[in-house]
Design a protein around this ligand. Structure first.
Ligand code: PLP
Length: 403
């Protein structure tokens, strides 16, 4: 925990529960680590804002000289509000409408298309324009089948067998292919599959002359479980550097830019989620700890069976030893479980539960299910002070769009 137990209570008293809390120092540290991944190459990072699109966090990422990608016009909008200039945004569209594509084009944001039909649509809307293509180079990897985003069983990217068709469409609409990208999936702690994916992508790159950039995707993992090791960035750096050096030797544009687009690695560890315990009960031998941490607040455990470490801030220090408990939320579904069968200090009403590494795909996947309010977000700045960076939803927010 990057805050003390006492501070957890203070923050909940000041801002209410549940509450996302972020640490600026950790966020900046992760930005710098990933930005310095390839010091000897022409290399830039696109932060994948889908992981967390809080305006203030985006401003910090911008100040760390990192670019962004966007998965929707909404993300482009927020990123521009945060101050990202158009040249520093890549719109990675997936099955987007003509209106959405036009939105990006009119704002001067580069679009990456991920099918032949979307390339055709782009050509019709923006003949002669600059475009990128997302390929599916056949290698996929991820912590759950729902987050594997390349390989034979996903909807993403253009299969490499269709390179000829890509070339035809580029010619037909007089387009300039400036870059190619991919994303093999999310959360790897061992870089070998990633390197395989990059090698395949580089083979595709050789089919196109004069590319400005190759974007190898994100997916860099963080250790969620107690016994998981950190991703060895130094080793990944060495291997990638060697692969890129070999590529450049044979490629016509020696100044080609290599890009990565991590989301999780940048924001996961700087965020934790705090919630209050309102009831404790035993049902048929299982101890249930009832909190306000429903899956409307953090969807990952329900969506992907994800594991988050749990810390307990006790209101009154207990003398008993650890015991097994299942932490549940307040949503009317029996799948509403945030942590199952965990061995934890005895938990009572009024205690605070801290869910660790909740900065990525936490708030950004939260919802108003059960007409619950999305939580507030607070930042602990580098000077140690806390401030609200997104207020909690109100009932008015829930009513706003009814006509
Ligand atoms: C195209 C694309 N880029 C980047 C990311 C970011 O992935 P991660 O947060 O695992 O780094 C994703 C996530 O699925 C993605 O689909």
């Amino acid at each position: 925990m990057f805050i003390s137990n006492d501070r957890a209570f203070d923050l909940i008293e000041k801002y209410g529960s549940p509450l996302y809390v972020y640490d600026e120092n950790i966020l900046r540290e992760r930005c710098r680590e990933i930005r310095n991944l390839l010091p000897n190459k022409n290399y830039r990072v696109n932060y994948s804002a889908k992981a967390n699109s809080n305006l203030e966090l985006l401003k910090i990422v911008l100040s760390e000289d990192i670019d962004v990608d966007a998965m929707s016009p909404g993300e482009i909008f927020v990123e521009q509000e945060a101050g990202f200039p158009k040249e520093r945004i890549l719109y990675i569209g997936n099955n987007v409408s003509a209106d959405e594509m036009t939105y990006a084009i009119e704002r001067g944001v580069l679009v990456s298309v991920d099918s032949l039909s979307q390339l055709e649509l782009f050509g019709k809307i923006n003949r002669g324009g600059r475009v990128a293509v997302r390929f599916n180079a056949g290698v996929g990897a991820g912590h759950h089948e729902k987050v594997v985003t390349a390989g034979k069983k996903t909807k993403f990217g253009v299969q490499k067998d269709f390179i000829g068709h890509v070339k035809e469409l580029i010619q037909k609409y007089d387009l300039k292919l400036v870059g190619i990208n991919q994303h093999i999936g999310s959360l790897f702690l061992d870089g070998d599959k990633y390197i395989d994916g990059v090698k395949n992508l580089l083979e595709i790159a050789h089919e196109f002359r004069g590319l400005d950039f190759i974007d190898m995707g994100g997916g860099f993992g963080v250790p969620y479980k107690e016994d998981e090791h950190r991703l060895d960035l130094a080793e990944l750096s060495r291997k990638l550097d060697a692969v890129f050096s070999a590529f450049i030797e044979k490629y016509d544009n020696k100044n080609i830019m290599f890009k990565s687009e991590p989301g999780r690695y940048i924001v996961a560890e700087c965020g934790m989620l705090l919630g209050e315990v309102y009831s404790v009960k035993e049902n048929y031998g299982i101890k249930y700890v009832g909190t306000d941490l429903g899956f409307n607040v953090l969807a990952r455990p329900v969506m992907y069976d994800s594991y988050h470490q749990i810390r307990v801030a006790q209101k009154k220090a207990s003398s008993g030893g650890n015991e097994k408990a299942t932490i549940v939320g307040n949503i009317c579904e029996s799948g509403d479980i945030i942590a199952k069968d965990r061995v934890l200090p005895p938990i009572g009403e009024g205690d605070i539960i801290a869910v660790m590494n909740a900065g990525a795909y936490g708030f950004s996947m939260s919802s108003n299910y059960n007409c619950r309010l999305k939580p507030a977000e607070v930042l602990i700045s580098s000077d140690g002070k806390d401030r609200l960076i997104r207020r909690r939803d109100s009932f008015e927010d829930i009513m706003r769009n009814f006509v």
